[in-house]
Write a protein that binds this ligand. Structure first.
Ligand code: 13P
Length: 256
């Protein structure tokens, strides 16, 4: 059985004080939510302070930190970047290939592939984002083509550990989430090239109102959440729903 994940991508939000308050609230709120993994991905500047303070690594086995991005080189003249060696000290996960990185910062598939490989080389688990720009009849084919390129050259053992986040670009930050049936259709297609163990998340306008629809899907293992992860109560509610779904056996069919 794949352990469900609820990951919060705070993007470029929070002051130091906000980050402390939000992370502390999440830590207390998920103390009894033990069937799932909760992941907090704050801006990288707060990773160290959270890792050494609020979320002491190892002390909360179901609560982890993730970086939102990293470069693939270990050290060197790469102004503004953080390396896998740095991320490894403070986080278990790293988001790679987010659509905001590809659109705003022009990251291409080759760079993202290097980042995924670098993450595994340093024992960091990548949360690899894929998703089509526009909803269309060929979305599934577009997304699977993208995933194939991004995981090219990976060992099977690493693909099993990989977390894929299916984030249709048109649903990110728009308030227009995919329907669960639409997401399931794409995720099932992605699973045709993934081993059983790989966890696949949905991301894009997830809220406490729509979360349960996705959690009922047999092939969706949780969420990568943006806006809702900045609001303590709704985020914790989604974590609770995921935990409930895990308790219920998780994988209920869409059809019953
Ligand atoms: P929203 O949940 O704000 O749509 O963002 C999704 C996302 O990009 C998570 O990485």
């Amino acid at each position: 059985m794949r352990t469900k994940i609820v990951a919060g991508n705070w993007k470029m939000n929070t002051t130091a004080a906000d980050a402390h308050v939000l992370a502390t609230g999440i830590r207390s709120g998920v103390e009894h939510i033990e069937r799932i993994e909760t992941i907090i991905c704050p801006p990288s500047i707060w990773l160290g302070v959270l890792a050494h303070g609020v979320i002491q690594r190892g002390q909360y086995p179901h609560l982890h930190l993730g970086a939102q991005n990293m470069y693939f080189q270990e050290t060197g003249a790469y102004t503004g970047e953080i390396s896998p060696l740095m991320v490894k000290e403070v986080a278990k996960y790293v988001i790679v290939g987010h659509s905001e990185r590809t659109h705003i910062f022009r990251e291409d598939e080759e760079l993202i592939n290097h980042k995924v490989q670098a993450a595994f080389a340093h024992d960091i688990t990548p949360i690899l984002c894929v998703g089509e720009e526009e909803q269309s009849a060929t979305s599934k084919e577009t997304v699977i083509r993208e995933l194939k390129k991004l995981i090219d050259g990976l060992e099977l053992a690493d693909v099993k550990k990989l977390v894929v986040a299916y984030e249709p670009v048109w649903a990110v930050g728009t308030g227009k989430a995919a329907t669960p049936a639409y997401a399931e259709d794409v995720i099932v297609h992605l699973r045709t090239i993934l081993p059983e163990e790989t966890r696949v998340l949905y991301g894009g306008s997830v809220t406490e109102e729509n979360a349960r629809g996705f959690l009922a899907l047999p092939d969706c293992d949780g969420f990568l959440i943006g806006g809702t992860s900045l609001k303590l109560k709704p985020f914790l509610t989604v974590c609770q729903y995921a935990d409930d779904a895990a308790q219920a056996g998780g994988h209920r069919s869409l059809h019953n």
